[in-house]
Write a protein that binds this ligand. Structure first.
Ligand code: ZN
Length: 176
């Protein structure tokens, strides 16, 4: 999958750092449905370079802070889409994280037809999120993001590796 194509569609982009880009997909299922992609092609999360994970944690924290600020601390689903380690060389799939704030009450139409009605333009949602300065809600938000990262890295690697990644992430939060 080609990430630069999404990056050039800057109006749906929210954040971009050295290794990750966040944007609202073209056909978002719901308002503020977000994707976080590694820029380099990696099919399986287990093959993502360890040294980039602290940046992923920072990205998650920034994005979730913006979502909280914009939508008032909504419940959300966070899904890691990845091939398994045995398929990490695959060229056809690019791992990513999908975040879906649960703010859209599904109506009978959607439940009945399986089709989603998204009342907001992805470009408008991206604009709003991009320009929002995320409130630095230190305590709760940090702990929540750290837990998310812990579950990601715990899935990813053995315990010793997990601990070093976790320590790097904590260090990056303290500097934030
Ligand atoms: Zn790719």
């Amino acid at each position: 999958m080609e990430i630069s194509q999404e990056r050039t569609h800057g109006r749906r982009a929210i954040t971009e750092s050295d290794d990750f880009v966040t944007f609202i997909p073209y056909a978002a299922l719901s308002p503020y449905h977000l994707w976080i992609f590694p820029k380099a092609h990696v099919a399986c999360f287990s093959a993502q370079p360890l040294e980039t994970l602290a940046e992923l944690a920072t990205t998650l924290r920034t994005i979730l802070g913006k979502v909280d600020g914009m939508l008032g601390n909504p419940a959300f689903n966070l899904v890691l889409r990845s091939l398994g380690p045995e398929e990490k060389e695959a060229g056809h799939f690019h791992w990513y994280i999908s975040i879906v704030p649960r703010i859209n009450k599904r109506a009978g139409f959607e439940l009945g037809t399986g089709m989603y009605v998204n009342p907001s333009l992805p470009e408008s949602c991206a604009d709003a999120l991009r320009s929002l300065r995320a409130p630095i809600a230190r305590s709760k938000r940090s702990r929540r993001t750290l837990r998310l990262l812990a579950s990601l890295t715990g899935w990813r690697a053995g315990r010793r590796q997990w601990m070093s990644v976790f320590a790097a992430a904590v260090a990056s939060f303290i500097r934030f």
